[in-house]
Design a protein around this ligand. Structure first.
Ligand code: ADP
Ligand code: MG
Length: 505
């Protein structure tokens, strides 16, 4: 085939001729026309045609004729304009997309256009100026149509209302690496995810992120999407829940649209599949995933999956799929330790503009140990309650609000704390309540007071009273002293943590 000069960019174009056709001449291809930059659609009146409506009518017609995946993946990214010959020019952002649309949807486009305007011809061309898609539209990063019309550029047609994906599949812009608090429990996973985001296809492939519910898998995988997209707006990033992937495969089989599905899933630079454990027992989906994975991996594209089970724990998983998961790197997210939970609560409060006293942050971080989503939920509940009731956000308020949501944990009694502390230090409760100042007694007493404040959220007067009628300043000093000492003294910190573990378990 002879090379042609691309009408928009003076680039050599091999195949535009094949994309140019009259809507009433489905099979024939019109000769390639060397032409000037097309005029915007808004000025498309040379043939008395309301061209803006033509394109939106065409899109509406296409929506009824193709699946929503096909629409979102191919049709929605088309930028339409008018050529100097009065043709409809449909521009796609890359060569693959041009070929794909031309090979697969040319006829359906022609048929739909014929119904709208039988005289109008169209052609499918490579877009010389593809636009990055803004983050909030999610799903995948593809060049996008824009409303502004630069004088020397093809018209930008407004994004179709159907283009944005369903909310559940969109990528949350707030899930970034900056917003992800790193601690011992998650530092390997965070580092691996970052490395993949910075060098997709070359760092760890696939990356398998494992973690129980609410520990940040979706946050991390979407942080990869956001980072890749920011660093390279032209790369195609496809984030999908496994549930959606399964639905797509089921629909693809049912309506014989597997080719579309394959083109969609295999045409991306980074494929991110969330909660892959849901693929368990679904043979056709596993087979499709296997081939998709191979196709992407072979062409150096990045695959990342998350799961709440390790590969060997996922039931009914084909061996060949399991083996793909362990080709790359498996990283896990463990429940965050106290400091990390505290940092998460504080960060969240900062982001949401909540003024959160340290001791309330600590109380919340102490109350929820194994699920960051719950941790955030508690913060929101406490702050909403304070705001709505016009009360100050104090530890007493937090304790009373969380008592309903955290049965058992909010009801930790001062007696129970004293007993656990005594057991650990091998002293008697009566010693704590007494007034002996020997270090062997004074330290357990102070630790117990500290824990009563922290875990039971008791006020200082309450604590003083429970410890044999002492003054509230004794409780306050004990709390401050232990809080400061555990910052400095590793051994004391370890002891307190051991007691804390026993308080909860
Ligand atoms: P999963 O997908 O593992 O169930 P998510 O990614 O949905 O969990 O995380 C639940 C919530 O907790 C999200 O709002 C997320 O932003 C937050 N989160 C989890 N881990 C962290 C972390 N280390 N730093 C900040 N926020 C976190
Ligand atoms: Mg998730």
């Amino acid at each position: 085939m002879k090379g042609n000069v691309h009408p928009y960019s003076a680039r050599t174009c091999q195949e535009e001729t094949c994309c140019t056709m009259k809507s009433r001449q489905l099979a024939s291809s019109a000769p390639f026309m060397d032409e000037k930059l097309p005029r915007p659609l808004t000025s498309f009146n040379s043939q008395g045609i309301d061209s803006v409506n033509t394109w939106s009518n065409l899109k509406a017609a296409l929506r009824d004729r193709v699946s929503s995946q096909v629409y979102a993946a191919w049709i929605a990214q088309i930028r339409a304009s008018e050529s100097s010959q009065g043709e409809l020019v449909l521009a796609l952002p890359d060569r693959f997309a041009v070929d794909w649309v031309r090979d697969h949807y040319r006829d359906v486009i022609a048929e739909c256009l014929r119904e709208i305007d039988p005289k109008l011809s169209f052609k499918v061309v490579l877009d010389p100026d593809p636009q990055p898609k803004p983050p909030e539209t999610g799903l995948e990063t593809r060049p996008k149509v824009q409303p502004e019309v630069p004088s020397s550029q093809p018209a930008r047609v407004e994004p179709t209302p159907s283009a944005p994906p369903d909310a559940e599949f969109s990528i949350n812009e707030k899930y970034t690496f900056d917003a992800f608090v790193v601690g011992d429990s998650n530092k390997l996973a965070a580092a691996a995810a970052k490395s993949v985001a910075e060098n997709p296809g070359s760092a760890y492939n696939p990356l398998f992120v494992f973690g129980r519910v609410g520990l940040g898998k979706t946050h991390l995988i979407q942080a990869i999407a956001n980072t890749v997209r920011r660093r390279n707006p032209h790369s195609v990033v496809r984030y999908q829940t496994t549930e959606k992937f399964v639905n797509d495969v089921v629909q693809g089989i049912r309506f014989e649209r597997m080719n579309d599905l394959r083109a969609t899933y295999r045409h991306c630079d980074v494929l991110l599949i969330d909660d892959i454990q849901f693929i368990a027992g679904k043979e056709a989906c596993q087979a499709e995933f296997f081939h998709t994975f191979n196709a992407l991996h072979q062409s150096g594209k990045q695959v990342v999956v998350t799961s709440d089970k390790l590969p060997h724990e996922i039931p009914d998983l084909e061996e060949r799929v399991r083996s793909r998961f362990i080709w790359g790197l498996i990283v896990d997210l463990q429940p965050p330790e106290l400091e990390t939970r505290m940092a998460i609560v504080k960060k969240k409060a900062d982001v949401d503009g909540i003024e959160l006293p340290d001791e309330v942050a600590m109380f919340i971080a102490q109350s929820v140990r194994s699920n960051v989503r719950e941790l955030e939920g508690c913060l929101i509940r406490v702050s909403a309650y304070a705001q709505l009731s016009g009360r100050q956000l104090t530890i007493e308020l937090a304790r009373s609000v969380l008592r309903d949501v955290l049965p058992g944990k909010g009801q930790l009694t001062l007696d129970a704390i004293m007993k656990t502390t005594c057991k650990f230090f091998d002293v008697r409760v009566s010693d704590l309540k007494g007034s002996k100042r020997a270090r062997a007694i004074a330290q357990p007493r102070q630790v117990a007071m500290y824990l009563c404040r922290k875990h039971a959220g008791a006020s200082y007067p309450e604590i003083g009273k429970a410890f044999g009628g002492k003054d509230h300043t004794t409780a306050l000093n004990a709390y401050n002293r232990i809080r400061d000492r555990i910052e400095q003294e590793h051994e004391l910190k370890r002891q307190v943590e051991l007691i804390e573990n026993n308080l909860v378990e």
